[in-house]
Structures are given as structure tokens and as C-alpha cells.
Design a protein around this ligand. Sequence first.
Ligand SMILES: [Zn+2]
Length: 79
Amino acid sequence: MPKANLRLLHSPSGLFHKAECSVCGERFYVLPEVMEFKEDLVKQFDAHLHNQHRRQWDASQKKNERIADESRRSQPVNE
Ligand SMILES: [Zn+2]
């Protein structure tokens, strides 16, 4: 299954910052005056993953848990 990625779209004549989902082509828009538009797009994309690509979202959650788990386990144990 292809992995969904956030793909920034460049449209010099467009009014909005735009991005799309690389798998289903869903578009995300952020108003042009928003300076943190990338963070905004990432947030929208995150919600999109949660709603439309739940398996990928679940997998990324598990991966984050595993990383947290491993860093806990790598703590020195005094026994
Ligand atoms: Zn999508």
C-alpha cells in the first residue's frame, strides 16, 4: 500500500498555500497571510490521516510509542 505523504503545491497565481495528499489527492488550504502555513498544513494532514488513512495513522502512533518505549528501556537499570 502506498504511503500517504503531504505534497506542497506551488501555484504562483493561487490565493492560498496549498498541499495535497499523495495517495487520495485531497487538498489542504491555508490562507496566504498565515506565516506558519506549513505547520498548519501538517496539522490538517495529520487530521486527514486520522480520518481517511487510519491504518497509516495507527502505524505512526505505534512507531512513536515504540521509540518512547526504547528510550525508556535504554535507561540504565541499577539492579
Ligand atoms: Zn489522503
